[in-house]
Design a protein around this ligand. Structure first.
Ligand code: PMP
Length: 765
């Protein structure tokens, strides 16, 4: 490798003299950056501009002849780009030479200047520019199929085929950086080079070598042909992807644009599309390895550090992507993903084949095909920070959960009429998270099933059938649950409140009548009244259902004392108390494992769903031995799927991960941080009327006027859509649809909270 310490060291004054002596030019010179050569910008008296290139002392004239021939060749091709032309010296030779200090000989060339803006300086890069880059490079590679030169067949350290030359420098990288890079070389070692087309390639489409037009939307030229080599042609694209990903909010989506545009002009083969990501990553890996090595050789060289920081930042982001994801995105971008359909065709199919009573999120629906930790990824490769899916509690596709399910599925999946360790083991683990006397469980397959069963338990235990519920509550999708869900029976298509249902007002300290320290007690009085009233209707009160924090009601935190006093009143009226923890359970509260615990109250029945299986369909009802006994009247409760060994293995894995990864603690610290950030944001954005929440169960309410509290529903819906465009998923709820809900997977980090806050600030501004 031409060593940086063998780079020429001429002054601008000497460059002027060389230009005069060799080319008869009367010009002013200014230095241009170069890694191992020296380049000067020249402007002559007539205003003509050139680049004077003085090569590294280790550069051969054959290599320079390769560059000159290639420039001459591309100048004649229909690439849509303008290339520098070689200007011969007065002697007639295309490659001249000068002697530097110590008698060292350097080769010199003069090229015409091409106008344009360096792509690195045209950031942020538009989709149009990225596509222009892909198409331009494809046209160059198509043209180069007809070009050959003996000097292109060389062992060259920037040839991705030769990345083994970079690998030894891994030792110069400190941990944890080394650990980011090493797996890339491991992947590189598996590339089947014989399956890739080869030819002469440009080999250096980095954003400092690409010139774009003044509007920053079109590539006009490529510079610096010092890295030209005969290699796998897909490396040309891979290298451009490595740099296209730098400093991008969504690197893979940006790279996919370049790749798709390239593929349109010069279709990739399936093996090329497959190798693309590994090769792009290898370029980054080689780059940091050589930078470390060169920094050792020439500690003061600024050029070496130009792209280092962004490369490390990118390597870190790439390491956090779901395994195999970039490959899948590139496969899709090139049409190699089998069974892949466009969002439009899926939307049409959905309209044809799904019951129309289910709407899609967002005005332009998302086609999500991958989930990983706290991110979802769409079919174009875009990443979204998921702030709403509380079902993927321990993170989307958590490997321990996936593994537990797969392992058990391969062994046994049956109903619960047999003895099995997982069944009893799981129930004991689950019950151990709850206060006494909640020790007996029924395992079901959804939150609705859990609440449906809880209602039956309560009715069996009390002999009553009346139910007290909180306004705007949602408890599930069955007949009996729609009847006790004001969110549904008072919502569109609802039939109003059935006679056996009694509604207590939402204990809302923002909009409701009670605000002060006694708000909990005052709202509990309404529950007491409703319960007493229900108890007077034959055959009496069965239950009080209450979400431990109101989800559909608009992320409402129960005021202190509310549940304790409400539960006491309900019991006094002969009813059973049911805490619906379907949205709120499993550590989301942060301070406690169960949200009802934040109220210092203990219900008679707890219902669970959503997060319990991290997406695997599960639900549970945990109650007292006494209530469970009342239900055992001879009629069996059989549930084909509930409590099967696969579900129990999944449930156990979820509990393990919550414990081992400290997710409840994370909900507390990250939730507090986010709440403080939202409150700070509310101080600056008057449209935020209220901010509330506990742990990672948060919400903020948009209002048109803080005095009148006029709900800003359209604005909330706009905000959610704009946040989606900014790569953040949120949703709205509440009786006026003006509350933004935040209930992310519990692996949501402080950095994610920062991202959410930054983008909210942008969207609200
Ligand atoms: N209870 C609450 C509080 C819920 O939010 C939901 C679902 N949104 C349910 C029960 C019903 O759960 P599932 O959809 O799993 O039947």
């Amino acid at each position: 490798m031409a060593r940086v310490d063998k780079a020429p060291r001429f002054s601008a004054g000497e460059a002027v003299r060389i230009a005069g002596q060799l080319y008869g030019l009367d010009a002013v010179a200014s230095p241009l950056p170069s890694e191992r050569d020296q380049n000067f910008h020249l402007r002559d008296a007539a205003g003509a501009q050139f680049v004077l290139k003085i090569a590294n002392q280790e550069e051969s004239d054959a290599a320079l002849d390769l560059q000159n021939s290639l420039l001459g060749f591309l100048g004649t091709c229909n690439t849509g780009l303008e290339f520098p032309r070689v200007v011969p010296a007065s002697s007639g030779s295309a490659i001249a030479s000068v002697t530097g200090s110590g008698g060292v000989k350097y080769f010199v060339r003069l090229l015409t200047w091409v106008d344009g803006i360096c792509m690195a300086q045209a950031a942020p890069h538009s989709v149009q520019l990225l596509r222009s880059l892909g198409a331009a490079l494809a046209r160059v590679d198509n043209s180069l199929e007809a070009f050959s030169h003996p000097a292109a067949h060389r062992v060259f350290h920037w040839d991705l085929r030769q990345a083994a030359l970079a690998r030894p420098h891994l030792d110069l990288l400190p941990e944890p950086r080394r650990r980011l890079v090493e797996p890339i070389f491991d992947a590189w070692a598996t590339v089947d080079w014989s399956s890739l087309r080869s030819g002469v390639i440009y080999n250096d489409a980095n954003d400092y070598n690409i010139l774009v037009d003044a509007s920053g939307s079109r590539v006009v030229s490529l510079l610096d042909f010092g890295d030209v080599v005969h290699s796998a042609t897909v490396c040309d694209l891979a290298i451009s992807l490595a740099y296209a990903m730098l400093d991008k909010p969504d690197p893979i989506a940006a790279a996919a644009e370049v790749a798709a545009a390239y593929h349109q002009v010069r279709p990739l083969t399936a093996p090329e599309a497959e190798a693309l990501y590994t090769l792009a990553a290898t370029r980054l890996a080689s780059s940091v390895c050589y930078a470390a090595w060169q920094a050792r050789q020439a500690p003061g060289n600024q050029y070496l550090n130009i792209s280092n920081q962004p490369v490390w930042a990118l390597l870190e982001r790439l390491a956090a992507l779901p395994p195999g994801w970039p490959q899948e995105v590139f496969r899709r971008a090139c049409g190699f993903s089998r069974g892949a359909q466009t969002a439009a065709s899926l939307d049409a199919a959905r309209r044809r084949s799904l019951g129309p009573s289910l709407s899609l999120s967002y005005r332009r629906p998302l086609h999500i095909i991958r989930g990983w930790k706290q991110h979802l990824y769409d079919s174009t490769g875009r990443a979204y920070l998921d702030c709403v899916n509380n079902v993927a509690h321990v993170g989307h596709s958590h490997p321990r959960v996936v593994e537990a399910a797969a392992r058990q599925m391969a062994l046994l999946n049956t109903n619960t009429r047999y003895l099995h360790e997982h069944l009893t083991g799981y129930i004991e683990r689950l019950a151990s998270t709850l206060p006494e006397p909640l020790r007996v469980a029924f395992l079901v397959t959804s939150g609705s099933e859990a609440n449906e069963l809880a209602l039956r338990l309560a009715r069996a235990h009390t002999g009553g059938n009346q139910v007290v519920v909180v306004d705007v509550a949602y408890h599930g999708n069955t007949n009996a649950l729609v009847e006790i869900s004001p969110y549904k029976f008072n919502g569109p298509g609802g039939r109003g409140k059935p006679a056996h249902v009694h509604i207590a007002p939402m204990p809302d300290v923002y909009r409701g009548p009670h605000h002060g320290p006694d708000a909990g007690a005052r709202y509990a009085e309404s529950v007491a009244d409703a319960a007493a009233n229900a108890a007077r209707q034959a055959p009496g009160l069965a239950a009080f259902f209450c979400e431990s924090a109101l989800g559909c009601g608009g992320q409402i935190v129960l005021p202190p004392g509310y549940l304790k006093e409400a539960f006491a009143a309900v019991r006094a009226s002969g009813g059973v108390t049911i805490a619906d923890e379907v949205q709120t359970g499993f550590g989301r509260a942060g301070s406690h494992f169960w949200m009802f615990e934040t109220q210092g109250a203990v219900p008679d029945i707890v219902t669970m769903g959503k997060p319990i299986g991290n997406g695997h369909p599960m639900g549970a009802v945990v109650t007292t031995a006494e209530i469970a006994a009342s239900f055992a009247n001879g009629m069996e409760y059989f549930n084909t799927f509930g409590g099967n060994p696969v579900s129990c293995a999944v449930g156990l894995a979820v509990l393990d991960v919550i414990r081992d990864e400290g997710l409840q603690q994370n909900a507390l610290s990250t939730g507090d941080y986010l709440l403080a950030g939202l409150r700070e944001m509310a101080a600056r954005h008057p449209i935020i009327g209220d901010v509330r929440g506990l742990g990672l169960f948060l919400g903020f309410e948009l209002v048109r006027d803080r005095e009148t509290q006029e709900p800003a529903a359209a604005e909330a819906s706009d905000l959610v859509d704009r946040m989606k465009d900014l790569g953040v998923l949120l949703s709205t709820d509440g009786p006026f649809h003006n509350v933004i809900k935040i209930k992310p997977p519990m692996v949501f980090s402080r950095a994610d909270a920062g991202t959410l806050l930054d983008r909210l600030d942008v969207a609200l501004s």
